[in-house]
Ligand binder design. Structure first.
Ligand code: HEC
Ligand code: HEC
Length: 381
């Protein structure tokens, strides 16, 4: 009897303990959850204030050239309240088809460049490549006619993303902010209201960085599910860099290697979406980047010959044990972005500038690689 009562009491105590424990957990949990909600509410409020400040600054400083509703001023400032700036794709199915055709074309071209591709196979590849080109043309024309009024104002539905067109590897936030900091001095040449000024006090402009962030937040706040009406309401689309071949970003933020976590494979994967233009690559190689200074003028002494680079890579470099699993493209990308990862034999110095990774856009790299892939004749060494 006494024993039973004792056990009953113990059971009661255990029960009380469990209930109390659960209660405490629930209260702590509730406080914790609510703390998160309060934090979120606080951040939302901060962002709302920032956007509000940004809106006021925008009207006073930017509306003149970009218009108060952000849709741009014809001939002067581009629309920022604009699906193009946000990279919105109105025709994802066509984009998908064009991407597939482009990557087929790319692998055919690589195959064509290999030493053991027969002439018969080359002829087959050439005819498939020209069929691909006309399919891409037809698809592009078809989407362009669907948005003709915007096309007339400079919009291109095939290359629909402003950041991609510029080869910008960072976020839209960093693109807008950086543009505000430095302005766009060269735009004086094509804007009837003058160049986009530099706004940051660090670049001699009138604004503090927190104000620039407020304006950036205001512009980002325009993002939404874009409609064709939004597209047609844009008064002016941003101008493509005058000559993409000579466009070298001076301040890519973050740099390519940072954007892809220092992973060459990730850069190569991203390049799959970018079509390299060998002519643009050649211009960069001989001009703005000065690659030719070492690889042509100093060829064989200062640096390996430009001539036959691709052949040399495929026939000689890739047979080395450390390049097992590399494609020629990966070897070239690594040579450019991380020049000291490997020093070309027999005994070249570690003389290649290490800063290309800070200067090049993804498009620049694609163009350079496409140019180097045309160097598929005999290699002098
Ligand atoms: C005197 C005219 C003028 C003023 C004022 C001006 N801009 Fe610009 N803005 C331009 C021009 C011109 C461009 C370059 C467009 C191009 O390269 O196609 C430009 C480019 C930009 C871009 C990059 C857009 C792109 O797609 O490349 C952003 C963002 C921008 N301006 C924001 C602003 C903000 C915010 C303000 C106010 C703080 C401002 N601008 C004030 C003329 C102006
Ligand atoms: C200051 C001289 C210099 C400049 C400028 C230079 N390079 Fe080089 N490059 C070298 C040297 C030296 C090597 C060999 C050592 C090494 O592998 O890093 C090399 C190696 C290479 C290789 C590997 C070639 C092979 O046979 O394995 C490639 C590809 C390459 N450079 C591309 C470029 C490109 C593209 C540019 C311009 C963006 C450029 N280089 C600019 C000096 C230079």
């Amino acid at each position: 009897m006494i024993e039973r009562m004792l056990i009953g009491r113990i059971e009661n105590r255990v029960l009380v303990g469990v209930v109390a424990f659960l209660g405490i957990m629930i209260i702590t949990g509730w406080v914790a959850i609510n703390e998160g909600a309060r934090m979120q509410a606080y951040q939302d409020l901060q962002l709302a204030r920032s956007i509000e400040n940004g809106a006021a600054l925008f009207v006073v400083n930017c509306a003149r050239c970009h218009s108060a509703d952000g849709r741009g001023v014809q001939g002067a400032g581009p629309g920022l309240n604009n699906p193009q700036l946000f990279g919105y794709d109105f025709f994802p199915e066509t984009t998908q088809q064009i991407t597939e055709l482009t990557s087929e074309k790319k692998s055919l071209q690589t195959e064509r460049g290999l030493a053991d591709t027969t002439d018969a196979r080359k002829a087959e590849i050439d005819s498939r490549v020209s069929a691909i080109d006309s399919e891409i043309d037809a698809l592009s024309t078809q989407v362009r006619t669907q948005v003709q009024p915007a096309v007339d104002k400079g919009y291109d539905p095939v290359n629909f993303s402003r950041l991609k067109n510029l080869g910008w590897v960072g976020t839209l936030d960093s693109f807008i902010f950086t543009t505000l900091v430095h302005g766009r001095p060269a735009s004086a040449a094509y804007s009837t209201l003058g160049a986009m000024p530099a706004w940051s006090q660090t670049a001699g402009g009138p604004m503090r960085d927190d104000q620039l962030q407020d304006i950036t937040n205001y512009i980002l706040n325009w993002n939404r599910d874009w409609t064709l009406d939004d597209l047609f309401a844009v008064n002016h689309f941003a101008v493509q860099p005058v000559d993409p071949a000579t466009f070298v970003a001076t301040n890519t933020d973050p740099t390519i290697m940072q954007a892809y976590n220092n992973d060459v494979d990730a850069v190569v994967a991203a390049l799959a979406d970018v079509t390299g233009n060998p002519a643009a690559g050649e211009t960069l190689y001989n001009g703005a980047l000065g690659c030719a200074g070492c690889h042509v003028a100093g060829a064989g002494v200062v640096a390996p010959h430009l001539e036959g680079t691709y052949t040399r890579v495929v026939d000689s470099r890739l047979t080395l044990p450390q390049f097992q699993g590399y494609t020629a493209e990966k070897y070239l990308v690594e040579s450019i972005l991380l020049p000291d990862a490997f020093l070309a034999p027999p005994n070249y110095a570690n003389a290649m500038l290490p800063n290309f990774a800070e200067r090049l856009t993804l498009q620049n790299v694609a163009d350079l690689v496409a140019f180097l892939e045309t160097q598929n004749g005999p290699s002098p060494e």
